[in-house]
Design a protein around this ligand. Sequence first.
Ligand code: FES
Length: 146
Amino acid sequence: MTKREYSNSEITIVWQPDLCIHAAHCRKQLPQVFDPQKRPWVDALGASTKQLIAQVEKCPSGALSYYTNDGKTPVSHKKETGEKASEWISVEIIENGPLYLFGNVRIKDKRKEETIREEKAAFCRCGASRDKPFCDGSHLKINFKG
Ligand code: FES
């Protein structure tokens, strides 16, 4: 799986384009950092580390993640702010889009091969994804309604 990394002095943002579903939360909510028109499209110097972490943690597909540069230990913004990760798995259905799952999940495919997604995953509801069961953003191309 392709990975690209973008660093400031404290953290490194990791982008896995194969997981991206083009929800666009990052470019809409922190455009000074995430701008698909620029190369590189992520400017890790464009906001504070705290802002970067908060935005990366909003990525619904898990395509964006990060680690700290001092030992590559992920630090959760939720832990810093005292929010507790829920033991419950949450599911959110996005109008005209995927089903978001928040929580750790282990998925077995029809060959019983396992895939693990930590913290979040986006599942296809439209049937057009080329990466089933995951959403790959194809719902936008087919103008899925549902
Ligand atoms: S819901 Fe996104 S590709 Fe099907």
